[in-house]
Design a protein around this ligand. Structure first.
Ligand code: ADE
Length: 249
């Protein structure tokens, strides 16, 4: 029996998803906990991706090979890079690139050797449905996140962006580094630590893939401030609401 896999980046997000599952049971494998059950009536497997490209790639490969995932959706937080991508906005990935990949001068910077490409795509249908779900949740933010959170984090009027997400094994937390990334990759909307790795695995295995990220910081000198509070009050609730809406569409 095949299932839809949901990868969550942080324990708080995993818990918010598990709270929506009436019948989950845990299967331990490869040092990870895979949760099988139902979410809004759909067969799912939910798992913590762990942080970074290798951990996420391993988890994605296991989801497909061992847990019969026929589709993977990744939900988490990201740092905003492009101008106009603000804290509380949402980014749905359409393309993914590893910003720290560099096999030059043998291959062009960012190109993944023997693939002849530097970006991998989200599945069009998955990304479009995720964007629709995100728009709907943003429009009813107070209902999903609670009025106090909407006020405290100034979430009214937040937007959903679609485009390039870049991933690397670094939490980007200086203004200098985010400026360098913006200069090198002007199309990049947001930076995180897993998406492009999972995109490559899904490309290899022929599995549709999509990413939805809530912007938690601007990847600058203030990037670490209030991260746990934002994760608890906004990102985890938002992830659970968007994934539920996505699955019920
Ligand atoms: N995830 C959330 N914010 C991030 C940042 N600034 N850099 C990398 N990954 C992130």
């Amino acid at each position: 029996m095949s299932r839809i896999a949901i990868m969550a980046a942080m324990p708080e997000e995993l818990q918010a998803l598990l709270d929506c599952m009436p019948d989950e049971h845990r299967v331990r494998h490869a040092g990870r906990e895979f949760w099988l059950g139902h979410l809004v009536g759909q067969d799912v497997v939910v798992v913590l991706s762990r942080i970074g490209k290798v951990a996420a790639a391993t988890t994605a490969a296991l989801l497909v090979e061992r847990f019969a995932a026929r589709e993977i959706v990744f939900t988490g937080v990201a740092g905003g890079l492009a101008e106009g991508v603000a804290v509380g906005d949402v980014v749905v990935g359409r393309q993914f690139l590893q910003h720290d990949f560099d096999a030059s001068p043998i291959f062009p910077r960012h190109e993944i050797p023997y693939y002849g490409r530097s970006t991998f795509d989200a599945d069009d249908r998955v990304a479009s449905r995720l964007a629709r779900a995100a728009h709907e949740v943003l429009q009813a933010a107070a209902e999903h996140l609670g009025a106090p959170a909407v006020q405290a984090y100034r979430l009214a009027g937040r937007r959903c962006h679609e485009g390039l997400i870049v991933s690397g094994d670094r939490f980007v937390s200086t203004t200098a580094e985010s400026a360098a990334l913006r200069a090198e990759l002007p199309q990049a909307l947001a930076v995180e630590m897993e998406g492009a790795a999972v995109a490559q695995v899904c490309h290899d295995l022929g599995v549709p893939f999509g990413v939805i990220r809530t912007i938690s910081d601007r990847a600058d000198d203030a990037a670490h401030v209030d991260f746990p509070a934002f994760l608890r009050d906004v990102a985890s609730r938002f992830s659970a609401a968007v994934v539920s809406r996505y699955l019920s569409a």
